[in-house]
Design a protein around this ligand. Sequence first.
Ligand code: BTN
Length: 256
Amino acid sequence: MKPAPKLPAAYHLIALDSVGSTNDEAKRLAALGEAEAPDGTLVWAKQQTVGRGRRGREWSSPPGNLYTSLILRPNVPMARMPELSFVAALAVYDALGSLSGPGHQVRLKWPNDILLDEKKVAGLLLETESAGGACDWVVLGMGLNIGWHPEDTPYPATSLRFEGWSTSVDEALEAYAKSFLGWSERWLAEGFEPVRKNWLLRCKGQGEAIEVRLGAETLNGTFTDLDSYGALVLDCEGEVRHITAGDVFFLPPEGV
Ligand code: BTN
């Protein structure tokens, strides 16, 4: 039998062959309480039958990709929980850096996407539960396309194998778990600012013209900054908007 992936001792791995959604399973476990699902419980499934993406979208989840949901119980106010998806984005970025050969570009795309060579390779889905203003638990879902990617997405997608990598699911899980631990310890010790700065150093499109699709509205402007709450700062011809939810599309430079 294949040995289980080697994770740092801070994690409690729950490995499943198949599940509806690892986020739903992690939420179910988290609600049972800390004794059942302590901080660091990591639900990992080889496939999902009803994987979920942001904004109610489907996340197709055949075998061969990485699907994880991490239960966290940080002693941090609820309002700061969205910061954790930027922590996780940095962890995926570093994990990919440790696994890749030369010649590939990894970039972070606001709010929760990881791009490989300009296409989406991974996404994050953060879900929370609060008790009286304090955070009771957070479930941090992460899907990484390793052997397969969808073809018909509004933003083009890719997978590690399609880009020529031979990374296994187990290797990717080990690398992500290790780098997440490093970034989350820094976040707990130093707050959001180093995360914000490092995210900006690795993101795509800062200082450039972008389109942000909100529910019923589409905004065009210059992506100038990430604010101290993780909102995207968009300069729309002098009117500065702080956007907390939406889908970003990059525009070709003028004249191209
Ligand atoms: C997105 O980019 O829309 C977020 C995708 C998040 C997908 C992961 S896969 C593991 C976890 N379980 C889910 O149902 N969704 C997340």
